[in-house]
Design a protein around this ligand. Structure first.
Ligand code: IVH
Length: 681
């Protein structure tokens, strides 16, 4: 049948092409075709297989997608046991000497004999797997289990695009390639983000996520968990010419199209291994996946055979660990730390634990939502993670170890006031963080506040940068912006990297800033939600600082573009006596600006009332109507709600009018509006 043979040829071509692109994309990280072209090839193969089911082979890329769940995982006996590696507990250089000494002694080498050649590899933090290829075809994948018997997880491993379904090149009759299945950190983060969004459980670490995926009964679930693989060892084989060294073995795996980690290095004696250990330690945090150490292997296969095994561990290999990045300890209490912007970060007080190379007693809990999500409670055993220079964090509680009733932590209840300055703590409705309202008064926020105060668009004090602010605050020379105006040449010239000349320049810049505008001054105060534009509006509307200081929330909302949230922030700020004190000190320091008359309302008739405009009014433009309402103390909003007092409707009024009628809101026409505002003055 020439037709079918043409189809068979085409299918074979497509399978090879698609797997070639898979390898380039997933293993070499160097895509060879655009996604659209890949999709086209894939769909063509799918169509071909649908038309000719007999062409659907086991190594077809279409067979990677998950199928129906299995009733259970079948046991697999390993003809060649899957060994474990001895772990060198001494994490210093001495660990390398210990291993080399053992190897040399076992080989009967004396001090005069040449150094032994080793291969350094990474110790991947995933789970061990054995991939069985018969005549190049992946026929089975099994977990390590107890080393003798593992579980058949072929259905899940097939979904891993990095693992070839057919080996490239001249494959032996039989070969078991062993290695580690793991999950990259970025894939892990993305997976957890998806889980969180779907309201499903999040995984503690990449290893657990990978192990869970591989042991799924339902391969459709595994297919949605992004997994990766590195080969590092050999199991049962037939018709395979054994390479002379471990390094050559890995080269052969790579030639077969199987992923092999690039971080491997052949060296002689202890010095090379020590250098490898140090190089990988420095690289550890930059790697896109977790490792818990490095592995040293005697490179020559003949020497490996000579060394053999003790119990389940080869004498020719050792794992040299790095200090663990995760440990379990007790959560003693939860405190808070006040950041530069006033954000209160909950901090776990821990029973001291050695993790990531240092003793950790504090770890971040991020915010209240994270604490709730992880369900961390004081008294829990918790997993603490410290990766490199990253701030230690509490990953989550060890729920199996929770005893008795533990109370949930409520930040606002525990800290109604700032532990640093005593000001009120607030948390906005849609915000994750709670904040200290202390602003300029709170020492934790001082540095940030001072920098903002001095910035170009605020008081414009040239030369007052973060290094200098750090010094001034740390030495308690400056506590509030007002203190800047009391600085003298002596205090400044004594600071680090501050000569008399730069001290004089700074003083001149401070002096110059005394002449400013009310808008700049308001902006400089650093009130939350008050940017440059709002500060200008406030200055224009109130005209004087006193008028602003005495405005209540309702009065603040009269300012164009100021809604309830901003009005609240401003009122909160001036409700703190400390803030008012600093403002007064600044005034006393001789800051000058021009004050004008407030843009006072013509009348207060519309005061506190909200209007919505809709349709076209006969004689007034929308802006004119808005200005008229605001001039009488009213506010104009864009949408109708229960809070709307009046809807002003003109010609062709639409849905807003209907909504107003539904809600029973008073409806005015232009005349009605005029009468309301202008009557009886
Ligand atoms: S070789 C001959 N090489 O560590 C010994 N194992 O305790 C067979 N592992 O279960 C293992 N990275 O999952 C070897 N580069 C590496 C490894 C590695 C991680 C794991 C493996 C095994 C455990 C041994």
């Amino acid at each position: 049948m020439p037709l079918l043979s043409a189809a068979a040829d085409r299918a074979a071509f497509l399978r090879a092409e698609i797997e070639r692109h898979n390898h380039a994309y997933y293993v070499l990280d160097a895509p060879t075709v655009p996604d659209a072209e890949y999709d086209r090839l894939y769909r063509e193969l799918e169509a071909l297989e649908a038309a000719h089911p007999e062409l659907r082979t086991a190594d077809s890329p279409t067979q990677r997608v998950g199928g129906a769940p299995l009733p259970g995982l079948a046991a697999v006996r390993h003809a060649v046991p899957m060994l474990s590696i001895r772990t060198e507990t001494d994490t210093t250089e001495q660990g390398v000497h210990n291993f080399d000494t053992r190897v040399r002694n076992a080989l009967g080498l004396g001090p005069a004999d040449p150094p032994v050649e080793y291969l350094g590899e990474l110790k991947f933090d995933g789970l061990a797997i054995s991939l069985r290829y018969e005549h190049g075809l992946l026929v089975r994948a099994a977990t390590r289990g107890d080393g003798e018997t593992g579980e058949d997880v072929t259905h899940n491993v097939r979904t891993i695009r990095q693992i070839p379904l057919r080996l490239a090149g001249m494959a032996p009759a039989l070969i078991e390639i062993r290695g580690e299945i793991y999950m990259r950190r970025d894939d892990f983060d993305a997976l957890n983000a998806r889980q969180r969004e779907a309201g499903e459980k999040v995984f503690v670490n990449p290893r657990n996520a990978a192990a869970g995926a591989v042991r799924q009964l339902d391969s459709r679930i595994a297919a949605r968990r992004p997994l990766s693989f590195f080969a590092y060892g050999l199991g049962e084989h037939a018709g395979f010419v054994l390479p002379a060294t471990q390094a050559d073995l890995l080269e052969r795996f790579a030639d077969f199209g199987v992923p092999v980690c690039e971080h491997r290095s052949v060296s002689s004696g202890v010095d090379g291994l020590i250098a490898f250990h140090a190089r990988i330690a420095a690289l550890r945090n930059a790697l896109p996946y977790d490792i818990d150490g490095v592995v040293y292997k005697v490179n020559r296969a003949d020497l490996q055979r000579e060394l053999g095994f003790v119990t389940r561990e080869p004498r020719w290999a050792v794992a040299h660990k790095y200090p663990a990045q995760e440990e379990i300890t007790r959560l003693l209490d939860i405190g808070v730390q006040v950041g530069r912007t006033g954000a209160l970060t909950p901090v776990a007080r821990l029973e001291p634990v050695f993790v990531g190379g240092v003793t950790v007693t504090n770890a971040t809990l991020h915010n209240q939502d994270e604490i709730d999500r992880k369900d961390v409670r004081v008294g829990d055993w918790v997993i603490v993670r410290r990766a490199g220079d990253v701030i230690p964090e509490v990953v989550g509680p060890v729920l199996e170890r929770r005893e008795g009733e533990l109370l949930r932590f409520d930040l606002l209840a525990s800290y109604p006031t700032c532990p640093v300055c005593g000001s009120h703590v607030v948390r906005g409705e849609d915000e994750a963080v709670a904040r200290c309202t202390g602003g300029l008064f709170c020492p934790a926020q001082r540095k940030q506040a001072l920098l903002h105060f001095a910035c170009r668009r605020a008081m414009d004090i040239e030369g007052l940068g973060d290094k200098l602010v750090d010094q001034l605050v740390d030495a308690s020379i400056v506590k509030t912006p007002a203190d800047l105006y009391k600085l003298g040449i002596l205090a400044l010239a004594n600071l680090e990297r501050m000569g008399e000349k730069s001290a004089q320049n700074l003083l001149a810049a401070i002096e110059k800033s005394r002449n400013t505008t009310l808008a700049r001054f308001i902006f400089a105060l650093g009130i939350r939600n008050v940017g440059e534009a709002t500060a200008k509006e406030l200055a224009r509307h109130f005209g004087s600082l006193d008028a602003l200081l005495t405005a209540d929330v309702a009065a603040l909302q009269q300012v164009p573009d100021i809604g309830p949230i901003v009005a609240e922030s401003i009122a909160d700020f001036f409700a703190e006596p400390h803030n008012v004190e600093v403002v007064e000190q600044l005034r006393a320091a001789g800051l000058r600006w021009e004050e004008g008359a407030p843009a006072a309302p013509v009348s207060g008739k519309a005061s506190g009332k909200t209007f919505v405009l809709t349709g076209t009014l006969p004689t007034m433009s929308r802006d004119e109507a808005k200005a008229l309402i605001e001039a009488h103390g009213g506010k104009v909003s864009g949408s109708v709600s229960k809070k709307t007092d009046y809807v002003v409707a003109g010609a062709e009024a639409g849905s807003k009018l209907i909504k107003a009628q539904d809600l029973g809101v008073d409806i005015l026409d232009e005349d009605g509006l005029r009468r309301l505002l202008e009557s009886g003055d």
